[in-house]
Design a protein around this ligand. Structure first.
Ligand code: TXA
Ligand code: MG
Length: 324
């Protein structure tokens, strides 16, 4: 199969219909990462997504919507607090877990009684939703376990020749997946941190979210974002990091060029937090291009970023201030 890469400005209803007729998924950008989506009632296409991604069937998918009617078509009801979050953060990088309607296919929700709902703010994603006219079920467009895709080329690396259509358009502006909040428990808890923080949510709801919870999104138990070379996170100041790396000659160091550009074998992830977040997956996907078998990086003061980094490093963190 040839994968057609097409800009949303020239995608027609006919292009979309041809993919839907084949019961195949479509790749498209959102403001967070690329998604691999299927029309909500196209069970064959949804099964193909699980297969192409090698995604465990126990991992539910997020339902993407572009209007209130689509939300109401999948959730049992929209509680008051959910309405507040919708008003303040939709469209945007937030996924609400709510009770699902019985009619929603259980393949999408991995047999759970709840469903994740998100309204992306990316214009290309919204246009696609409007062209299809129904919610789109979509996980991130990457093979399970690999870093998510923040560029259409990443999608091609994983799925070229396996999907009929990859839509390009407004680019990714954030770089890590949406914040997920479970609103079916009391107090509500963040299942996956992201760009929208618990502080921002608490300010809108005027109530505290559950603190450290053992509950995480079902998908987060699986390996995630793992690069081709082992990554270790270093916690310490500049001098401690530099000293430590003296015994790691030939290793690669990835990070913030505002602070670390003089480290040997430095690979820049950009300048400052926002750029680091947006370039995280791209950097993790590019490590084969650099000499060196081991990769190190530094801690960044951002919960969503650190959540992804600790998964990418499979938990390897060295506290230099304690070791030395
Ligand atoms: O930003 C995003 O959310 C991106 C873009 C494409 O929208 N999507 C994304 O999807 O990250 P995915 O499938 O890679 O991650 C969805 C996460 C998984 O960890 C899954 O377990 C969790 O959301 N999830 C989905 N439905 C859920 C539910 N009903 N209850 C709890 N967690 C759920
Ligand atoms: Mg994913």
């Amino acid at each position: 199969m040839k994968t057609l890469v097409k800009d949303i400005r020239i995608v027609t209803k006919k292009d979309i219909q041809s993919v839907l007729d084949q019961n195949m998924p479509i790749a498209f950008p959102t403001e967070t990462v690329y998604g691999l989506g299927a029309k909500i009632d196209d069970i064959k296409a949804i099964k193909k997504i699980f297969m192409l991604k090698k995604r465990p069937l126990k991992n539910p998918m997020i339902v993407h919507v572009s209007n209130q009617k689509m939300i109401s078509s999948v959730v049992l009801n929209i509680p008051k607090d959910a309405k507040k979050l919708i008003k303040n953060f939709f469209p945007g990088p937030l996924t609400l877990i709510l009770k699902k309607k019985k009619t929603l296919n259980s393949l999408i929700t991995a047999n759970m009684e709840t469903v994740g709902i998100r309204m992306p703010s990316n214009k290309t994603a919204l246009k696609l939703l409007d062209l299809i006219g129904q919610p789109i079920v979509a996980p991130s467009a990457n093979v399970s376990g690999k870093p998510s895709s923040t560029n259409y080329k990443h999608v091609l690396d994983d799925f070229d020749g396996k999907i009929p259509l990859l839509i390009k358009g407004e680019e990714i502006s954030l770089g890590i997946e949406s914040t997920i909040i479970d609103m079916t428990v009391n107090p509500y808890v963040i299942l996956r941190p992201g760009i929208i923080t618990s502080d921002q949510i608490e300010k809108v709801l005027l109530k505290k979210l559950g603190t450290v919870s053992k509950t995480i999104a079902p998908g987060m138990i699986y390996p995630h974002y793992v690069p081709s070379k082992p990554l270790t996170v270093l916690e310490g100041d500049y001098d401690q990091i530099r000293n430590f790396l003296k015994s790691k000659e030939g290793s690669i160091f990835i990070g913030d060029s505002l602070k670390y550009k003089d480290i040997p074998n430095f690979v820049s992830m950009g300048e400052g937090k926002d750029q680091l977040i947006i370039n995280l997956y791209k950097t993790l996907r590019s490590l084969d291009n650099y000499k060196g078998e081991e990769v190190f990086t530094h801690v960044v003061d951002h919960r969503g970023y650190m959540n992804r980094l600790m998964k990418a490093s499979e938990g390897r963190l060295i506290k230099l201030s304690i070791e030395n």
